[in-house]
Design a protein around this ligand. Sequence first.
Ligand SMILES: Nc1nc2c(ncn2[C@@H]2O[C@H](COP(=O)(O)OP(=O)(O)OP(=O)(O)O)[C@@H](O)[C@H]2O)c(=O)[nH]1
Ligand SMILES: [Mg+2]
Length: 491
Amino acid sequence: MPPSLTSFADDARIALDNLTDRATGLVNPTVRLGVTGLSRSGKTVFISSLVHNLLHGGRLPLFEPVQSGRVSAIRLEEQPDDGVPRFQYEDHIRALVKDRVWPDSTRAISELRVTIDYQSASGWNRMFSPGRLSIDIVDYPGEWLLDLPLLAKDFRTFSEDTLALARTGIRAELSKTWLELTQAADLHAAADEMQARDLATSFAAYLKACKADERSLSTLPPGRFLLPGDLDGSPALTFAPLLPPPEGRAEKGSLWAMMERRYEAYKSVVVKPFFREHFARLDRQIVLVDALQAINRGPEAVQDLERALTDVLACFRPGTNSLLSSLLGRRIDRVLVAATKADHLHHESHDRLDALTRRLVERAVHRIGMAGAGIDVMALASVRATREATVRRDGHDLPVIVGTPIDGETIGGERFDGIRKTAIFPGDLPENPESLFAAIESNAGDIHLPDVNVVRFRPPQLEETGGGIKLSVPHIRLDRAMQFLFGDRLA
Ligand SMILES: Nc1nc2c(ncn2[C@@H]2O[C@H](COP(=O)(O)OP(=O)(O)OP(=O)(O)O)[C@@H](O)[C@H]2O)c(=O)[nH]1
Ligand SMILES: [Mg+2]
């Protein structure tokens, strides 16, 4: 992103916010952890399970501070930001653990503070009082993140980029109605509110169709066209990209001028406040991706995920804006990209999902010329909804996963009721991720992607100890994620 990301006044405000954060941080050390991902990628489930495992003594062998017994207490505390909705941990956990249903979709930002008391590992630090770290977890939609690159784009570039993409692949089908409407519009004619509304509605319908498409195309900005909230119907959300751009400056009062002004309004009303109040204050970030779903849906979905990941990682590129970095005084120094829902695979494939996601990230990082330092990748399951078993068939042992499909789920024509369990063969990922990308790039008509069986299972029944105490939520590699995201801050 070029240095014009925000105006100087914004920078000064961010700096001030950060100073305040840091001043409070001296009294009570904190780490602000951003959790994001496109919708349905597993953000709510991730935070709920992470907190549950911390609060309820989960199995966390790879989270060193807990493993080595240095943590003396973990509790929820009041969050620092009064204006941000609280992450409703108790409701989500009740759904997951008691009702065994997945929590509802959450469509905005929320926050939760977890505070950990610990003994420092170093003898020197132990001489002082015991350590205390607050982790402020901030859950926000990935769509908001994909809006950040707009700060560096004028209306002309935004229009060009958006229209070019709308003409490719499956999107060409989905954008047809809107493109016809756009082509018929006279950019020089006097601005007309009804026409602006029609164009915006049609453009938004195209964006929604992409998102809803079962081939799983990831989201395109502007994100608020999908989740308008209380800005629905405002001028800042009533615009659409236009082409071709007029020569020189557009005439005052023209359709182009109106759309251009509203696009700028979107940036200042929606994108900048998010950047300033939330994004610029994060220390650490986890980006959740549903790579399995993309693989399952086909080559275009995988390419699309890679494109979205490229845009997302570009937001975390360090040092692109030296003025900003110096004013911020701090920036996100660790980013974790995690492929979620690994419990849909047999453990032999976990490393393969890991490798595949790593390759996806490497390609994205390479494309934007980033160093890749501070970025880690892993495959995990926030909640393990399955267990593994083997079945013998035709003299061979086949690895299967066993779980309770959610009510109404059908597998091979058989409908499940949410009570009966079943075993499925989860399918295989390629040993070498390169073969997958080679297949995608060769663009050979009907590409065969590996078959992964993505069945929706219910959350698991929690095991109980002999004394009848329910254990914490089972997971895969959640402890590794914790260690990377904040383990070092508890040293
Ligand atoms: N098996 C399994 N399914 C998961 C896991 N995490 C998420 N899911 C599934 O993915 C769905 C979406 O998870 P959420 O945590 O609600 O996703 P989100 O990113 O918060 O979604 P929005 O709030 O809609 O943006 C859940 O309803 C589950 O079906 C997991 O670890 N294992
Ligand atoms: Mg959510």
